[in-house]
Design a protein around this ligand. Sequence first.
Ligand code: GLY
Length: 326
Amino acid sequence: MERAALLGMAGLLPRMVSARKAVSYHQNQIHALPVVISTWRHGIPSNVAAMKVLEKGGSVLDAVEQGVRVPEGDPANHSVGLGGFPDRDGHVTLDASIMGPDGNAGSVCFLEGIVHPISVARKVMEETPHVMLSGDGALQFALQKGFKKTDLLTPAAKQKWQQWRQKHKYHPEINWENKPNEYHDTIGMLALDKNGDMAGACTTSGLAFKLHGRVGDSPIIGAGLYVDNAVGGATSTGMGELVMKTVGSFLVTELMRQGRSPQQACEEAVLRIVEKIPDNKNFQVGYLAMNKQGETGAYSLRKGFNYALYRDKQNRLLDARSYYTF
Ligand code: GLY
């Protein structure tokens, strides 16, 4: 790839592109596929796991599943899987969704007691005629498929919940998810393999200390995640209610279908939130998008959203631009 990049800079780009399918344009450079992009700092190790699958020739669906399983299994991560902060009644309830290049989709929501909801979502997609299973039904299905029931409420998460209960407040903070080593939000991931096929995954324990029964955007196909292998895909993080009300990831993908770049599409979807939900001052939303050429976009409502982009053998943490400068 380094050789390809040098040739591109030397003005030989068009010939390289016609000679190699697995090369795409990005900001006037060429990049080799595969590409993996995911939300927040926890995207860095997640991208590594996904890229490992792709480099070994594994499927793009395996890549996104393995990628997001990293934060799901990390008890130090308090917004995904094991160790996630509970709802205000002390239950850790998980939401996850997955989409493959064939347009198939699976999801679980309000699922308790399973460390890897993304893998249950994949089983829903591949082994049932349904798209979404919820709550006890999702748990029953997972147990039938051999998943083990685990107590997801770690001592550290329980302590935070007890502190929160003492204050009796219900005010989600802006970017609470981005406090280093303490909180992170949803992981949403998009991967494009060397053949240009895309898959996506999204998984979360949702908003900390939410009302019992609350489900966010992450398991809602078209809200927290959407992939159309003819166009590209998008995923979201932040306050799921704002994303659901604007069907964010589907909107971003459809805007790309109409010709917007991934960056333009993310910006327009954030603008839609600003226009339709003006009372947004306490909330953050971040979008990531990627098109079939491997171009990527990232944009958020407020400052502080970062993401991990693994391409051209580099896995980097980048800051997204935002609508508001605060
Ligand atoms: N974006 C995660 C949630 O709102 O649950």
